[in-house]
Design a protein around this ligand. Structure first.
Ligand SMILES: NC(=O)c1ccc[n+]([C@@H]2O[C@H](COP(=O)([O-])OP(=O)(O)OC[C@H]3O[C@@H](n4cnc5c(N)ncnc54)[C@H](O)[C@@H]3O)[C@@H](O)[C@H]2O)c1
Length: 275
């Protein structure tokens, strides 16, 4: 059974660790004594972070399922296992008008923001099962909880991450694996252009340091919560988002509950499990 209230000596694999939020989170976990595996396709940046914190660096395109499996296997081989997986690599495309969306741009963002989280979670779960537990956190965004008309494909991918982690959490709980998202507002990293940063400064809109998100990820992992989406906003402590329940069917027996025991029996169908 993995106890993550103290991460000293634990192994943390962090994707997108060469820069921004990922880098700050590598530093946060290393400062607490974790062995950190910095994963990024920017190998020079990843190596710089790894050597500054005494971790290891692995180059991977997180949208490539073969590369992801290989990277997680290399981390296990070099550090002995994986206790914490922070699936953070992501990009924005800023295409508001869907008629202007190139196929190649669409594929690029889906590969890292959506596929990367699925393959990363799958590889993490396999490694954590062998270890007796662990913690998975994926970087969503405020855009994963609200509409973001400036980049609807980015917004939809970040909603995907929310749905994936919330839906995995109950199945992973008996395996002692937690699954959560962190949902940052505007954070001072390379994903925000210099022009946009200047604009935000001009209109006096606050922008968070990446260390604030790293602190939130650290809190999510060490408190052991699961199935939650932690909102980070400038000047506020991180807070789990309160989802409203949806109304159930209007009938006597159902009383607003979900049907018990409903599961997928084979591709494309729902079936009732024994209950
Ligand atoms: N900065 C913000 O305001 C903000 C707000 C909400 C969510 N986010 C999310 O935070 C995450 C981290 O972004 P950031 O703000 O630190 O930006 P960043 O650009 O500084 O860092 C992103 C890192 O991911 C890496 N990366 C990108 N595609 C990759 C791929 N296919 N394979 C491997 N590595 C890849 C980049 O090389 C880079 O090191 C992203 O998922 C982003 O969507 C950022």
């Amino acid at each position: 059974m993995t106890d993550l209230t103290n991460v000293a000596g634990k192994v943390a694999l962090i994707t997108g660790g060469a820069s921004g939020i990922g880098r700050a989170t590598c530093e946060r976990f290393a400062a607490a004594g974790a062995h950190v595996c910095v994963v990024d396709f920017d190998v020079v940046g990843a190596q710089a972070v790894a050597s500054a914190i005494g971790g290891i660096a692995l180059q991977a395109d997180c949208g490539d399922r073969v590369a992801v499996d290989d990277t997680f296997a290399q981390c296990v081989a070099q550090l002995g296992g994986i206790d914490i997986a922070y699936l953070n690599a992501g990009i924005a495309i800023g295409v508001a008008d869907l008629t202007q969306l190139d196929d190649s741009v669409y594929e690029r963002i889906q590969r890292v923001n959506v596929d990367g989280v699925v393959f990363g979670a799958r590889a993490a779960i396999r490694a954590m099962e062998a270890r007796g537990g662990g913690a998975i956190v994926a970087t969503s965004s405020l855009a994963g909880l609200i509409a973001f008309p400036a980049d609807p494909i980015y917004d939809a991918g970040k909603h995907f991450v929310v749905g994936l982690m919330r839906s995995l959490a109950p199945t992973l709980a008996p395996k002692n694996i937690t699954a959560n998202t962190v949902n940052p507002g505007l954070t001072d990293t390379n994903i925000i252009t210099a022009d946009a940063k200047k604009f935000l400064a001009d209109v006096q809109f606050p922008i968070m340091p990446a260390s604030q998100i790293a602190d939130a990820v650290f809190e999510i992992v060490t408190t052991g919560v699961t199935g939650e989406c932690w909102v980070c906003q400038a000047g506020r402590p991180p807070v789990p988002y309160q989802f409203r329940d949806v109304p159930g069917p209007r009938s006597e027996g159902a009383q607003g509950r979900r049907p018990p025991g409903l599961n997928i029996t084979r591709e494309g169908t729902f079936g009732a499990s024994a209950h």
